[in-house]
Design a protein around this ligand. Structure first.
Ligand code: GDP
Ligand code: MG
Length: 598
């Protein structure tokens, strides 16, 4: 029976441990692709991904493998994004599998994302097959790493497969392990259709392409389908699988992973995590785990060159088609001019969007520091929501301010409980729970203001746990906090793009840190520039950027012309990311200085 021959699995790994390379090897061993068709790192679609080494969009390919038992198996290899900002997507794509290959670099050993991914895989009840990769490296220590797999992850070291994705060692063993250890998909082909969407992608010619896995029932071209969360109906046009080239199919049934198109105009109509069913024979309920992703982090995006405002709007419109979690609306800043306030799922999401705008649309950006949404109760009784610190009303008009809190779950090996608790306390966290998973690992739960996480929580967590911590958070609602707006003044002028909302207790200390940082970042000008931090009318910190001593060019007088030209060019380069604010030249980094905590 066909269903018995299906194996659905993902590859999970810490960045650079060799996930893409192994995926390529598996493709070579199983698909009919010729060498020429087989370009390196098939599964990573976008350039940006390739450079950053992270996978943003999920992919699924169908492969056929003839095992040593002589039988032909159908493999669905489902790619997962690698970063904590995409935890939700990782989780969805793992839910489309029964097993996972866990890659650990034989020289590096178990690292942060290795553990984070293991925890996600365990949450989804996956069979985990550990692979110790890069055994060809002279610096490889396979024995130490095998022991680590047993001690830190808790998987018996005998089950781990030594491999080199680069030198083609151990690939057959891995494929056989998938056949033997990953269970075939459960599910009833006669039941009402339930298919889980784990990715969707906008294509200008075909509309949205939906990637899904059939969990119950079956689906055919021409079927009237319903997206259960959005309650929108469509008619299936194309149906197929990626091998990795798209191939049409007459039917996809239990355990199959494929794609469909149905004249869907908007990615928002087929959200990741939603369940597809039939309009005329709907499933009684959705598959578990659907939750809508709302942006949690906001910042202003402004073109360095004001002529690029329209271009920036077009770039955001285009990106939004493929990314239903991206939000934006026009915003004006006295300091920066016309731009957009944009909402993102997290900091990485924010960075990726910025980078894509600069690279794919060639627009240089100034970005303001990220902020969360505050709920502000005015003395007059009204409640307003503020996603830009600059628009916080005056203190006298406010009766109270609430900020979003998250429930942060941090998993670490036992040794790091101390540093993690210390960090959480420092970030205004409220202790909630601690549970030992076994004698090696512990889950620590804190309730923490989202704003504290937006700053440098993740980086600090990583460095204070040698990278071993895994971290996930979910919104739990708004709570009152003692928050105030702090303004930054350059040369006596309030710079709206630098305003920040801080906790009253840390205002003085944050103000001092920011002014010092700005003094460092803003280059000397022709005149002295005072930098001040204020709350209301009260100056709480100040520093001074001294005036430039003399024109650098004067050094070149009489000297050779080419040297002078070089110097000018260099200055121009340095200026690219400068924005004139009033009469002060401010570099991009300065707008992020409010993030400086030390
Ligand atoms: P990913 O970030 O997990 O997808 O990792 P990649 O597959 O992109 O690999 C990261 C780097 O490790 C690349 O430079 C690969 O060529 C290299 N690499 C992957 N597998 C092996 C291996 O088995 N041996 C060696 N020596 N290098 C490898
Ligand atoms: Mg990769």
């Amino acid at each position: 029976q066909r269903q018995e021959k299906i194996r659905n699995f993902s590859i999970i790994a810490h960045i650079d441990h060799g996930k893409s390379t192994l995926a390529d090897r598996i493709l070579e061993h199983t698909s009919a692709l010729t060498q020429r068709e087989m370009q390196d790192q098939m599964l990573d679609a976008m350039d940006l991904e390739r450079e950053r080494g992270i996978t943003i969009k999920l992919n699924a390919v169908q492969l056929t493998y003839t095992a040593k038992d002589g039988e032909e198996y159908i493999f669905h290899l489902i790619d997962t994004p690698g970063h904590v900002d995409f935890t939700y997507e990782v989780s969805r794509s793992l839910a489309a599998c029964e097993g996972a290959l866990l890659i650990v670099d034989a020289a590096q050993g178990v690292e942060a994302q290795t553990l984070a991914n293991v925890y996600l895989a365990l949450d989804n009840d996956l069979e985990i097959i550990p692979v110790v990769n890069k055994i060809d490296l002279p610096s490889a220590e396979p024995d130490r790493v095998l022991q680590e797999v047993e001690d830190v992850i808790g998987l018996p070291k005998e089950t781990a497969i030594p491999a080199s994705a680069k030198n083609n060692i151990g690939i057959e063993d891995i494929l056989e392990a998938v056949v033997d250890q990953v269970p075939p998909p459960p599910g009833d082909p006669q039941a009402p259709l339930q298919a889980m969407i784990f990715d969707s992608l906008y294509d200008p010619y075909r509309g949205v392409i939906v990637y899904f896995r059939v969990v119950e029932g079956g689906i055919r071209p021409g079927d009237k389908i319903r997206m259960m969360a959005t309650e929108k109906d469509f008619e299936v046009q194309e149906l197929g699988v990626f091998t990795p080239n798209p191939e049409a199919r007459d039917e996809l049934t239990v355990g199959d992973v494929g794609f469909l198109t149905a004249s869907i105009k908007n990615v928002g109509d087929s959200r990741v995590g939603d369940t597809i069913t039939h309009a005329n024979r709907p499933a009684p309920e959705m598959l578990p785990g659907y939750k809508r992703m709302n942006p949690m982090v906001f910042c202003g995006l402004y073109p360095v060159d004001t002529n690029n405002y329209t271009g920036l709007r077009e770039a955001l419109e285009k990106l939004e088609l493929n990314d239903s979690s991206l939000q934006y609306e026009p915003e004006t800043s006295q300091a920066l001019g016309f731009g957009f306030r944009c909402g993102f799922l997290g900091l990485l999401h924010m960075e990726i969007i910025q980078e894509r705008i600069e690279r794919e649309f060639n627009i240089e950006l100034i970005t303001t520091a990220p902020s969360v949404i505050y709920s502000v109760h005015l003395s007059e009784g009204e409640t307003i929501y503020i996603d830009n610190p600059a628009s916080m009303p005056e203190q006298q008009k406010i009766s109270s301010v609430e900020e979003p809190f998250v429930r942060a779950e941090i998993m670490v090996p036992n040794d790091f409980v101390g540093p993690v608790m210390e960090l959480c306390q420092k970030k205004r966290g409220v202790y909630s729970d601690m549970q030992y998973l076994d004698d090696k690992r512990v889950t620590i739960v804190y309730e923490i203001p989202l704003a504290e996480i937006v700053y440098d929580f993740f980086d600090t967590l990583k460095s204070s746990t040698k990278g071993y911590a895994s971290f996930d958070y979910e919104m739990i609602g708004y709570r009152e906090s003692s928050l105030v707006k702090m303004d930054i003044l350059l040369n006596g002028d309030r710079i709206d793009a630098l305003s920040v909302i801080v906790h009253r207790d840390s205002a003085y200390y944050r103000g001092k840190a920011i002014v010092e940082k700005l003094k460092e970042l803003i280059p000397r000008q022709q005149f002295e520039v005072p930098v001040q931090a204020s709350i209301g009318q009260k100056i709480i910190a100040r520093s001074t950027i001294k005036a430039m001593r003399k024109n650098v060019l004067s050094k070149c007088y009489g000297g050779d012309v080419s040297r002078k030209r070089k110097l000018l060019e260099k200055q121009k380069e340095g200026k690219q990311r400068m924005k004139s604010v009033g009469n002060v030249e401010v570099p991009q980094e300065a707008f992020m200085s409010v993030l400086s905590m030390d």
